[in-house]
Write a protein that binds this ligand. Structure first.
Ligand code: ZN
Length: 86
């Protein structure tokens, strides 16, 4: 099977997409979307503590999606991401 590589928006490493979380953006909201249920803009982040923590603490998604997301949006996302950490 062909490997599908995605670039992490935090560390810029390329990895197989099965080792990454897909995060979708819709309007004012960002959310975990590993089942790819939502179209539109999306980015990928590694499933490790460093990248997930940096994603939230540095608000990396503001830069990626060119939007200032509310802190509550990040809090909710980080709760969703906790389950995916390894
Ligand atoms: Zn990463």
């Amino acid at each position: 099977m062909k490997e599908v590589l995605r670039t992490c928006c935090v560390c810029r490493k390329k990895q197989n997409k099965f080792h990454m979380n897909r995060i979708s953006n819709q309007g004012e909201n960002v959310f975990l979307d590993n089942k790819k249920e939502h179209g539109g803009k999306a980015t990928y982040v590694c499933k490790n503590n460093d990248c997930l923590n940096t994603l939230v603490s540095k608000k990396v998604l503001n830069r990626v999606f060119k939007h200032n997301f509310n802190i509550d949006v990040y809090k909710k996302l980080s709760e969703e991401l906790i389950d995916t950490k390894y």
